[in-house]
Design a protein around this ligand. Structure first.
Ligand code: DGT
Ligand code: CA
Ligand code: CA
Ligand code: ZN
Length: 585
């Protein structure tokens, strides 16, 4: 277990003890211990191995022993017992915004509330408002927090759904009774947020497949189990549906369950216009609803179904009834970008600001993965909470990057780190001067502290785009999926300004952001604004986000030519010079 994981458990122990009404000094010792761990500069494993935990500030014997146990065994019986001794509903109540351990304890002690449902009932009949230290206002806040939680409990980020769906799909693929299988629904369409996961299988032995599915290690509980379908809850509380069909039905069922619903309705209408009937079982030569196999038009794959309806194959990402039919008929469907077209990422962080890894480690990974380049764009000084770099530190970083690059050049490798900054957009301009920006390979301008006014935020972005040294705008809308809405901002006006100034826009590939939203990329493309698919990596494993971001770019109808970081290094450098050259002339 690493220091952050251990720290998280210490914080949780502190909270649980507070719930139990333990003395505040004891609970605070855990939270302080966690902070100390988070701030460590040497590996925690090393400190434990050398028996030096006692040297850390505030680490008494009890804390030392617990941390050592966690680091060496990855478990802590004390914590598990503690957690088990409290009703699970109390711990769930802590998830509610604005409800801490003190409040939960009071609600439990005085009203006997031990679940969110009981808390809601107590709010509705005014018992919470009547409690000492609560009042009408906090009662209303709790009701809102419960509603908020409900709204999001059934929606999940794509990355979380993929994490639980992919092992199940792999497992199904290996089962001898499975002929063909796929995910379907919003997951296959690569929506940034999904409701439930859909799996489709073709098989001659549905019962075996269903039994195998509900017995998967990722299955937490079984909601329904029938002869050809089942519903389960997977990890993270995500629901998954499985349908099993005969192999002749598979292409039709796959198209149907991939959706979207709007896309399906249009498909069905195209069938009717041709004197046919389309449903999840097939395409039938019939003018009324049927499942008669004798009437089925043979289609081996989805693309045959599309062909019967006068269309080229429409990739799942485009199936939203947002123009794919018109474009398909006209032969204008784009040839979508593939994630393997990407040659590097131009917005990333290192341990010089709030990233986890050293320049050397970052370069080594990118090089090993066969990428051509990787830009280091740490935060600028105004992002002090992210340890942003001032001008002196940035100049020192330029030297450090050059040092890393020298070692690649000496080995005869063409891989390069690129220098850069994610410079903060401030009220009155950028956080770094033009002379320094001009020295950087890559400049990403981002707004981290927005104004409350739409016109003001729009103005700040437009000004940033007008700066000749700014290559691109980062995570434009500032949204955090399922957490925070977009800033108040006229995104189209900013896109227009980018078009006018030759500024690019990032598609931030973090699955918490996917920003710019896929729905706006066609507008940007129409205006001639180029895209960069950037990981905004803070850890080595975030390199995997290139694939996720490329999927969102596909959803935005983007091709390889629309995305700048598909270019090899020399061509990229030429593109990076263009806006600056234009300004000089
Ligand atoms: P989600 O799960 O809310 O993220 O979105 P989907 O698109 O995965 O929706 P889901 O799981 O309810 O259903 C999967 C697909 O099945 C959906 O994309 C289209 C198809 N489907 C479901 N219900 C209907 C319907 O009433 N009419 C039509 N035409 N298709 C439907
Ligand atoms: Ca679904
Ligand atoms: Ca479903
Ligand atoms: Zn940022």
């Amino acid at each position: 277990m690493d220091k952050d994981q251990v720290a998280a458990i210490l914080v949780e122990i502190g909270t649980l003890l507070e719930l139990k009404g333990e003395n505040p000094f004891k609970t605070r010792a855990y939270v302080n211990g966690a902070r100390t761990l988070e701030g460590l500069t040497e590996p925690l494993e090393k400190i434990v191995a050398e028996n030096r935990l006692g040297e850390l500030k505030g680490f008494g014997e009890a804390l030392q022993e617990k941390v050592a146990t966690l680091v060496t065994t990855g478990r802590l019986p004390y914590y598990e017992t503690l957690k088990g001794s409290l009703p699970p509903g109390l711990i769930e109540m802590l998830d509610l915004q604005g409800v801490g351990p003190k409040k939960v304890k009071k609600l439990h002690d005085e009203l006997g509330v031990d679940s969110i449902e009981k808390l809601e009932a107590a709010c509705k009949d005014g018992r919470v408002a009547a409690l000492d230290g609560f009042g009408e206002k906090s009662q209303t806040k709790i009701i809102e927090a419960i509603a908020f939680r409900r709204q999001f409990a059934s929606r999940h980020r794509l990355v979380d759904a993929l994490k639980v769906a992919e092992p199940v799909l792999e497992s199904l693929r290996g089962h001898p009774d499975v002929i063909r299988c796929s995910t379907a629904g919003s997951l296959r369409r690569w929506k940034e947020v999904i409701g439930d996961i859909d799996f489709l299988v073709s098989s001659k032995a549905p019962a075996e497949v269903i039994a195998f599915f509900v017995g998967q290690p990722g299955v937490r509980s079984v909601l329904a189990q029938g002869e050809t379908k089942a519903s389960v809850i997977l990890g993270e509380g995500i629901q998954a549906d499985l349908r099993v069909v005969a192999d002749v039905e598979y292409p039709f069922a796959l198209a149907y369950f991939t959706g979207s619903k709007e896309h399906n309705i249009a498909m069905r209408q195209r069938a009717i216009a041709r004197g046919l009937r389309l449903n999840e079982y097939g395409l039938f030569r019939s003018t009324e609803e049927t499942r008669d196999p004798a009437l089925r038009v043979a289609c081996a794959e989805e693309k045959d179904l599309f062909a019967e309806l006068g269309l080229p194959y429409i990739p799942p990402e485009l199936r939203e009834d947002l123009g794919e039919f018109t474009a398909g008929e006209a032969g204008d469907l784009p040839r979508l970008i593939e994630w393997t077209d990407l040659k590097g990422s131009l917005h990333n962080h290192s341990d010089w600001s709030d990233g986890r890894n050293t320049l050397e480690a970052i370069a080594a990974q990118a090089h090993e993965l066969g990428l051509d380049y990787w830009a280091i764009t740490d935060h600028s000084r105004a992002s002090f909470q992210a340890n942003g770099l001032d001008e002196d530190r940035l100049r020192r970083q330029l030297k450090a990057v050059a040092e890393v690059n020298r070692s690649y050049a000496e080995e005869g490798s063409d891989f390069r780190l690129l220098t850069g900054s994610e410079v903060d957009i401030l009220k009155d301009g950028l956080d770094l001067g033009d002379d320094l920006l001009a020295e950087l390979d890559v400049v990403v301008a981002s707004l981290h502290v927005p104004a409350s006014d739409e016109a003001e935020n729009t103005r700040r972005f437009i000004r940033a785009a007008e700066n000749p040294f700014v290559h691109m705008l980062g995570h434009l809308s500032g949204r955090l999926l399922l957490e925070r809405d977009a800033y108040k901002l006229d995104q189209r006006a900013v896109i227009d300004a980018c078009a006018a100034t030759g500024t690019w826009i990032e598609l931030n590939a973090s699955p918490y952001r996917f920003d710019l939203d896929w729905r706006l990329w066609r507008y940007a493309k129409e205006k001639g604004v180029k895209c960069l698919i950037n990981c905004d990596a803070h850890r080595l494993e975030h390199v995997a986000w290139l694939r996720l971001g490329a999927g969102i770019a596909r959803k935005g109808w983007l091709t390889k030519a629309d995305v700048v970081n598909t270019l090899p290094l020399a061509a990229l450098r030429a593109e990076l010079r263009k806006k600056r050259d234009r300004a000089v002339r």
